[in-house]
Design a binder for this molecule. Structure first.
Ligand code: UTP
Length: 296
């Protein structure tokens, strides 16, 4: 008999202001910026679907409805492409809506990641003992870490986070975990988290990544935390509250790559990385990059 899925619902918070990507984000949600030709939100939706999610709850702001529109079928466009025999393009257009059932929850004001996740709660059903949260501006490669996180929840219960090893000089850019070892090398028990510590104050070299497998209790914790800097409700504060109450929280140390799509520098690296692997654009881009680098 197979065990029930670790989660059925994946929450994708996409209601932030995207200030690091201004001025583009005045009009275009950063979640829709294309990595080669596919927006980040589709890449995380396909990761969630591959990990077994049946539903995606996209948290958007009232002026970012285009993010959920992206997952709606476009019958007119599909008809036109069909008439023109554009089979490849038709497949691309249909891919997003076919991936997963996408619903919207609205966050009226950008009051923080914790607040955004809390806005998804009314969309949950009794079957949702746990939810996955995927940040759409964080690409975790190779995909599949949610599967390992589900195994860890099955073994230890509670909530499971995702960590990356970072060099000491980079700890001040991340939330850094304070951990104890377990009997598995890639799994640590989380004691706490320090936001953006200087290298000498960092409790470990394990930085948080934008993948969470959260027990439903997190929604109760989110109602009990106080807003922090900028009036924002932080998801990590809710997790810290749960830890203080004895809720088991572990982190999977993911050995792989990562792209931060939330700022132009990280986004460009992701676009180049993906484009170099693309059979259509890769070879020409590689030649051009070599020639361009020779000119510096
Ligand atoms: P970020 O901090 O990366 O996004 O939040 P941001 O706030 O849009 O970006 P900057 O810092 O202004 O450039 C991580 C994810 O959480 C969502 C964002 O949309 C992003 O996908 N988020 C953040 C919300 O949905 N609501 C919020 O209030 C804050």
């Amino acid at each position: 008999m197979s065990s029930p899925p670790a989660f059925r619902t994946a929450i994708v918070p996409a209601a932030g202001l995207g200030t690091r990507f201004l001025p583009t984000t005045k009009a275009v949600p950063k979640e829709l910026l294309p990595v080669v030709d596919t927006p980040g939100i589709e890449l995380v939706a396909s990761e969630a679907a591959a990990a077994g999610a049946e539903r995606l709850v996209i948290v958007t702001s009232p002026d970012k409805q285009a993010v959920t529109e992206y997952f709606r079928p476009q019958p007119e466009l599909e008809r036109t492409l069909e008439e023109r025999g554009k089979k490849d393009l038709l497949d691309k257009v249909r891919r997003g809506p076919a991936l997963i059932e996408a619903e919207t929850a609205v966050q009226d004001r950008a009051l923080g990641l914790g607040h955004a996740v809390g806005c998804a709660e009314p969309k949950l059903t009794d079957a949702d003992d746990a939810v996955a949260v995927l940040l759409p501006d964080d690409l975790v490669l190779p995909r599949g870490v949610l599967g390992r996180m589900a195994e860890v929840r099955a073994k230890h219960g509670g909530s499971v986070l995702c960590a990356f090893e970072v060099p000491p000089q980079q700890t001040s850019s991340y939330g850094v975990f304070e951990v104890d070892d377990t009997d598995e090398d890639d799994v640590k028990r989380v004691r706490g988290m320090v936001e953006k510590p200087a290298p000498e104050e960092a409790p470990s070299s394990l930085a948080a990544a934008g993948r969470y497998l959260l027990d439903r209790q997190v929604f109760d914790a989110l109602k009990r935390i106080e807003p922090g800097a900028g009036g924002e409700l932080q998801l990590t504060d809710a997790v810290a509250l749960l830890i203080s109450e004895g809720h088991p929280v572990h982190t999977v140390v993911h050995r792989g790559g990562r792209h931060d799509l939330g700022n132009p520098g990280g986004f460009l690296k992701a676009a180049v990385d993906f484009a170099l692997e693309d059979p259509e654009y890769g070879p020409d881009l590689r030649d051009w990059l070599v020639e361009r680098m020779s000119r510096s």
